[in-house]
Design a protein around this ligand. Structure first.
Ligand code: C2O
Ligand code: CU
Length: 434
C-alpha cells in the first residue's frame, strides 16, 4: 500500500526524483546505490556507519539489536550511513524521522528510492543541519517493520562548544514489541545512572503507534525540546503528564535531587533515576502539559505566517470504499480515498498554512516529511508560548490545528498518520514542489 504504491499510476512519474542514480563508480562502492544529494559525494564523511538489518520470525534487528545503534553526531557533520539488507524479503529502507534531509535521502520506498532487497545496500548521505533528537526507521511495509523493531535513535549535538551538554544526556526509546512495552529494548523497569545534583536531559522518543505519556515524580522538570526544536525559556513544571505523539520526541530536563526521582510511562514502563528504589508506581497526574502556551514567544519566527502564499485543508475522515481493490471502511483526506488523496502543490519559498481537522472518531499523530511546521492555533485558540515546532502532531478527535512552514526543501514528501496501520489504511497525502 502507501509504502510501495506505483507513482506512475498517480501521474507523477516524472517528478524528477525517480529511481536512485547509481554512483557506485564515483564512490568506489561496487553495486551500491547512493542517494543523489546536495551533499558533495566526493567529500569524506565525518560520520560513517554501516547498519545491517536482519529479520527472524517478525523480529527485526539492526546490527544485532533493536533498537539499533544510537547514532550521535555533531551539527554540520556529513553523515553517511550504509544500509545493508541481510535477509528481509520485502526489502527495507531508512527514513530519518524529523530530520529535513534532501528528498533523495528520505527513504520512502516507491517515492524517493526503491526498497533495498536482500543482499543489496544503499548509502544515505546528508549534512546534519538541525540540532536535536530524531530517529530512523524503515519506510517499507512500515506498519510491520517498525513495530517489529527496524528502528533506532539519532541525536545531533550542537557544534558550538559553548553550549554545555547536560551531565547526563540519554535517549529513552519507548516501544511496544510483541513481547511487551520497553524503554531502549528493556522490559518493565530500567535505571538511569545519575548522581544528586546532575543535570539530566532525557530524550524521549515514541516509536510506537499510539500516544505515550510520561510523568516525572520527585522533582520539578522542564520540557527542553519538542520534535528536536528547543523550547524558548521553558518554565518549571510539576504534576503534569507530557504527551509524546507516535513518532514524536520530547526532551525532558531535570536536576537530580537527593531524594527519589522516577519517570513513569503510560505503557507501564518506568525509568528509575540514580539510586531510586522501585516502590509503588505513582498515578498519572490528571493535568496534561500543553505546549500551546508554554515558554516565551520569540520576536521573529523567520517568516510571516500571517501572509501565507498557500493555504490548504487536510480534513481527516473515514468512509466505505475501495483501497487498492479491497473493499473496506478506509481513512479519507478531504473526503477522498488513497491514492486520490491530495497532492498539495507548492513552489520553493512559499509560506504554507495547513488547516488540519480531525473529523474521524480516532486520534491521529500526523507526520510531515522534510519540513518543520510551527503551530499557529488549536481549535481557534492562538499559540502564545514559545514557537511550537512539530513534525509529529497529535490531532485528537474533533480537533483542528493551523500550522505553518516555509517550503524550503524541494521534492515529493509524505504527510501521513504515524499510527502506521492507519497509514496502511490510506491516511496518506503528499506535498509536492512544482
Ligand atoms: Cu516516521 Cu513517513 O515516517
Ligand atoms: Cu491515524
Amino acid at each position: 500500500l502507501p509504502d510501495s504504491y506505483d507513482m506512475a499510476a498517480m501521474g507523477v512519474a516524472d517528478w524528477g526524483g525517480g529511481p536512485v542514480d547509481d554512483h557506485a563508480a564515483m564512490d568506489g562502492m561496487e553495486g551500491t546505490a547512493v542517494a543523489d544529494l546536495t551533499a558533495d559525494l566526493d567529500a569524506t564523511p565525518d560520520v560513517s556507519e554501516t547498519l545491517t538489518v536482519r529479520v527472524e520470525a517478525g523480529d527485526y534487528t539492526v546490527n544485532g539489536t533493536s533498537p539499533g545503534p544510537l547514532l550521535e553526531v555533531t551539527e554540520g557533520d556529513l553523515v553517511e550511513v550504509t544500509l545493508v539488507n541481510d535477509n528481509v524479503q520485502d526489502g527495507i529502507t531508512l527514513h530519518w524521522h524529523g530530520i529535513d534531509v534532501p528528498n533523495a535521502a528520505d527513504g520512502v520506498a516507491g517515492v524517493t528510492q526503491d526498497a533495498v532487497l536482500p543482499g543489496e545496500s544503499f548509502v544515505y548521505r546528508f549534512v546534519a543541519e538541525q540540532v536535536g533528537t530524531f530517529w530512523y526507521h524503515s519506510h517499507q511495509v512500515s506498519h510491520e517493520q517498525v513495530q517489529g523493531g527496524l528502528l533506532g535513535g539519532i541525536v545531533i549535538h550542537p557544534a558550538d562548544a559553548g553550549t554545555a551538554r547536560a551531565d547526563v544526556d540519554e535517549v529513552a526509546i519507548v516501544h511496544r514489541y510483541d513481547g511487551g512495552s520497553t524503554i531502549n529494548g528493556e522490559l518493565g523497569t530500567s535505571t538511569l545512572a545519575a548522581q544528586p545534583g546532575d543535570e539530566v536531559r532525557l530524550r524521549v522518543v515514541n516509536t510506537d503507534n499510539g500516544l505515550a505519556q510520561a510523568w516525572v515524580t520527585g522533582a520539578p522538570f522542564r520540557v527542553l525540546a519538542i520534535d528536536g526544536s528547543e523550547v524558548n525559556e521553558p518554565g518549571d513544571l510539576e504534576g503534569t503528564a507530557v504527551r509524546v505523539p507516535a513518532g514524536g520526541r520530547v526532551d525532558l530536563g531535570f536536576t537530580v535531587p537527593d531524594s527519589d526521582l522516577r519517570v513513569d510511562f503510560s505503557a507501564g514502563t518506568t525509568l528509575l533515576v540514580g539510586a531510586t528504589p522501585a516502590g509503588a508506581r505513582p498515578e498519572r497526574p490528571h493535568e496534561t502539559f500543553d505546549p500551546l502556551s508554554y515558554g516565551a514567544p520569540v520576536a521573529d519566527l523567520g517568516f510571516d505566517p500571517a501572509q501565507p502564499d498557500r493555504t490548504f485543508d487536510y480534513r481527516i475522515g473515514r468512509r466505505p470504499g475501495f483501497l487498492d481493490g479491497h473493499p473496506g471502511n478506509w481513512w479519507t483526506v478531504n473526503g477522498r480515498l488513497f491514492p486520490d488523496t491530495p497532492m498539495y502543490m507548492v513552489e520553493e519559498g512559499d509560506v504554507v498554512v495547513f488547516r488540519i481537522e480531525n473529523g474521524s472518531s480516532d486520534t491521529h499523530p500526523m507526520h510531515l516529511h522534510g519540513h518543520h511546521a510551527v503551530v499557529l492555533s488549536r481549535d481557534g485558540v492562538a499559540a502564545t508560548g514559545s514557537p511550537w515546532w512539530v513534525d509529529s502532531l497529535e490531532v485528537e478527535v474533533g480537533e483542528s490545528y493551523e500550522v505553518a512552514f516555509v517550503a524550503d526543501n524541494p521534492g515529493l514528501w509524505m504527510d501521513h498518520c504515524h499510527n502506521l496501520p492507519h497509514a496502511a489504511e490510506g491516511l496518506v497525502a503528499h506535498l509536492m514542489y512544482a
